[in-house]
Design a protein around this ligand. Structure first.
Ligand code: COA
Ligand code: ZN
Length: 308
């Protein structure tokens, strides 16, 4: 059996949340259905957050209602608080992704509360969700550094992971919210977290803010991680973190994986077609590189021979 790398697509959540234009609900639904058809086992569809905080995702319920659910795809929603969990359950999400930052300053900016208050809310959410069949993932945001506070102590990150595990979550994500991670740091943290969380329950969420996104993926993979968030076109960014830019780019990640012989189950040509349509949706060029360059196997005609 070949080695595998699992990609969770987050473009319609992390990607669209920071776009100044509102992508029409019907366009969001069409894109998510097309992404599911390209083979994703997991798609983070939207967020059930305050529409005042993130107006771009105020249509989360309508988007979930309009999706054609593909068997084999888990449809996930980001949830910040018990009100968001209530709305997510009503929308029949498959999984909720709870998010709190390890950095108090970023959590206050992003969620309007302390990390401890976020976690109190999560405990109530887990009680409500238990037994409903809906999965729960929990994210440690700013796990590799905070744009306000800088480095975050590893012990603080590990303590938050343990708090999540004590709540009984199904999976944990370590998020590099503003692309501050480096490959050695990533390998170190993955090695510390894997023994308790396990590769099947650990997701890495990288932003390419400083150009280290795929290097960090490789470091995490070599340390034993197998699941990665990525956004089509390299869209993405936290609206409440200064200088935030795009996630690692899905089609660039998938191209790298396939070139290295790692199976993703994804149709790269279909992803490139979808990525090439993104500028029409968001009104600007997007950072992804493989959609511009083509796959390594997309060769060019040789130039005509010059007469001697
Ligand atoms: N969904 C919809 N509305 C919500 C909500 C939710 N999950 N949680 C709160 N609200 C509404 C409240 O009903 C209230 O509405 P009103 O002003 O009409 O009365 C308003 O939002 C403020 O609620 P409050 O509880 O005082 O929260 P807040 O203003 O401190 O905001 C959050 C807290 C968590 C809701 C907000 O900071 C948020 O949505 N953050 C998400 C940020 C994000 O998505 N970042 C990027 C991803 S990491
Ligand atoms: Zn992100």
């Amino acid at each position: 059996m070949s080695e595998t790398l699992i990609v969770q697509e987050v473009a319609t959540r992390d990607g669209f949340q920071i776009e100044p234009v509102f992508v029409e609900t019907a366009e969001k639904i069409r894109l998510i259905d097309a992404l599911a058809a390209a083979g994703f086992s997991r798609i983070e569809v939207s967020s059930f957050v305050s529409p005042k905080a993130v107006p771009a995702l105020s249509d989360a319920a309508e988007v979930f209602a309009g999706l054609t659910r593909r068997p084999g795809t888990v449809y996930v929603a980001l949830v910040p608080n018990p009100r968001g969990a209530e709305r997510a359950l009503q929308a029949k999400v498959d999984e909720i992704n709870l998010v709190a930052s390890v950095s108090e300053t970023h959590n206050r900016a992003n969620m309007g509360m302390t990390p401890a208050a976020s976690l109190e809310g999560f405990a109530r959410i887990v009680e409500t969700v238990r037994g409903s069949g809906v999965g729960v993932n929990a994210t440690v945001a700013t796990a590799f550094g905070c744009p306000f506070e800088g480095d975050q102590p590893v012990d603080k990150v590990l303590a938050q992971v343990e708090r999540y595990r004590a709540l009984g979550v199904d999976g944990v994500t370590l998020a590099d919210t503003t692309g501050m991670a480096n490959p050695r740091q990533v390998a170190h943290l993955v090695e510390r977290v894997l023994p308790s969380v396990g590769a099947a329950g650990l997701t890495l969420h990288f932003h390419n803010t400083r150009g280290l996104g795929l290097a960090n993926v490789l470091a995490a993979y070599q340390a034993g991680a197998r699941r990665f968030d990525a956004a089509l076109g390299g869209l993405g960014g936290c609206p409440f973190a200064p200088g935030a830019t795009g996630n690692i780019c899905t089609e660039d990640l998938v191209s790298m994986a396939h070139e290295m012989g790692l199976a993703t189950g994804l149709d790269l040509a279909a992803l490139i077609d979808l990525a090439r349509d993104l500028p029409r949706l968001v009104g600007h060029d997007v950072p992804g590189q493989v959609a511009k360059a083509g796959r390594p196997c997309d060769l060019h005609p040789a130039p005509p021979l010059k007469a001697a």
